[in-house]
Design a protein around this ligand. Sequence first.
Ligand code: KG4
Ligand code: ZN
Length: 337
Amino acid sequence: MYILGIESSCDETSIAVLKDRRVLSNITANQEIHAQYGGVVPELASRAHLQHLIPTLHKALDVAGIRLPQVNAVAFTQGPGLLGSLLVGTSFAKSLSWSLDVPLVSVNHMEAHILSNFIEKPGKEAPVFPFLALTVSGGHTQLVRVDSPKEFTVLGETLDDAAGEAFDKSAKLLGLPYPGGPLIDKLAREGNPNAYPFPKPRVDGLNFSFSGLKTSILYFVQAHRESDPDFVQSNLPDICASIQHTIVDILLDKVRLAVQQTGLKTVAVGGGVTANSGLRTALEGMKDREGWEVHIPDFGYCTDNGAMIGIAGYFKLMGGDSTALNAAAMARYPVGS
Ligand code: KG4
Ligand code: ZN
């Protein structure tokens, strides 16, 4: 079965062709326009999706080596995300499904980040249910118990900023351009993660909080700049490594607690922040140190991509689900609902 996966929830237009669980192509058009505004401008994102969808589809079909009439199903991101962006992708997916007369399948973007761990790859085992999932993206940070491809229970989530937002806002305070997460990652590689200890929040249970970190970074920068205006510029690698270390620690403390509370030792991660090298290394370390079985998506399936929408669509189709042509895009769409 050939499945198209269409992702348009934020600022990436991405389309993949899957043959069952195998990815034949996964083409992403990034929207550079937002960098000059320091964040995603929703109206501009919607317009860019309109421009990018057709060329991205052509490229995805070419690379996969199939023609449009061979497509057997169309999966698309129904939410959560920016409403305008979702409306563009939803309308496009519906038109394709209707004109090709093939099933339409709606997908929850955050569930898809989790299910990206099921993309087939030689030598890579998929997680076995039930397992724990940590989703870390620009808008969400959640710990989820996953009992099957359609049974998701949120165990904890951020009370304020998401992990990706913590990276991006910290970067902004350091004067780095948007999106700051990948830049902090790059600079952190040259720095000392223990150079500047930032405080970790005290939050009960399995919820997260990142807004305190942002405030402490703000005060830290202000205090040091008073005595040395070039302080940030001269110490960027150490500052970035310390910030990254703190964010990774906050995340792993909660995963450790979730493992203790649930007894589940299989941990799968997903979302843009799983591209972070510090988080990936720390998670790999947990295999030996804590005996966890850890699943991390390949680099190309961490940030928003059509392949994860395709694999989530595949599971829905296998479960006998499809979506009516009057489906609406949903800016808010809780995991497991
Ligand atoms: O999942 P995603 O692509 O989009 C959303 O669904 O939000 O996640 C985007 C987030 C951004 O905040 C971005 O800065 C962060 O993921 N990100 C990273 C890295 N790559 C992307 N954060 C830290 N290190 C990275 N290497
Ligand atoms: Zn995402």
